[in-house]
Design a protein around this ligand. Structure first.
Ligand SMILES: [Zn+2]
Length: 169
């Protein structure tokens, strides 16, 4: 009898694990991305701060695409990030962050549902990026139970991006 109780107690935990797997479902944020375009810059220090993101160098104006299905949670103009997008996954477990954007896709608004591959913005160098090296600054945050867009634990996006690029081959 006791073991039945234990299994029942585990069920919510197992469901929670299953619901937090959106990183494994990622598609590349840039169409035609190759493994050679990816470098793990998560541990680097940029401008005196831990980078905790991956930079992907692309020509200005290159479309940036949603990597998972979910919701546009916040469009935010920040001093370091420039034009940024905070996208929550469908479960509200992870936040996907796109920064230095030249601009947003037309009609993009907060609360909007997006699917993987949807164009949400364009590569640029807004914020503190060097204007000669436009790039996408891409980060993933694990959200806490309060699901605040500005508060999360940074997760290295590199393994997820590699898996996403490999899957397109
Ligand atoms: Zn960066």
């Amino acid at each position: 009898m006791k073991s039945c109780v234990c299994i029942a107690g585990l069920l919510p935990v197992l469901l929670a694990v299953a619901a937090t797997s959106s990183i494994l479902d990622m598609t590349p944020p840039i169409r035609g991305l190759a493994l050679a375009d990816l470098r793990d810059t998560f541990e680097e220090v940029h401008n005196g701060h831990p980078h905790e993101a991956i930079d992907i160098a692309e020509a200005r104006g290159t479309p940036v695409r949603a990597v998972v299905s979910g919701t546009i949670r916040k469009l935010f103009l920040s001093k370091p990030g420039g034009n940024t997008i905070y996208q929550f996954d469908a479960a509200g477990a992870y936040c996907y962050y796109y920064a230095h954007l030249d601009g947003y896709a037309r009609d993009l608004r907060e609360g909007m549902r997006v699917e993987p591959g949807d164009v949400i913005g364009f590569v640029g160098s807004t914020g503190n990026a060097d204007s000669h090296t436009p790039h996408l600054h891409f980060a993933i945050f694990e959200l806490g139970p309060e699901r605040l867009w500005w508060k999360g634990k940074a997760i290295d996006p590199f393994p997820g991006l590699v898996t996403a690029v490999r899957r397109t081959k």
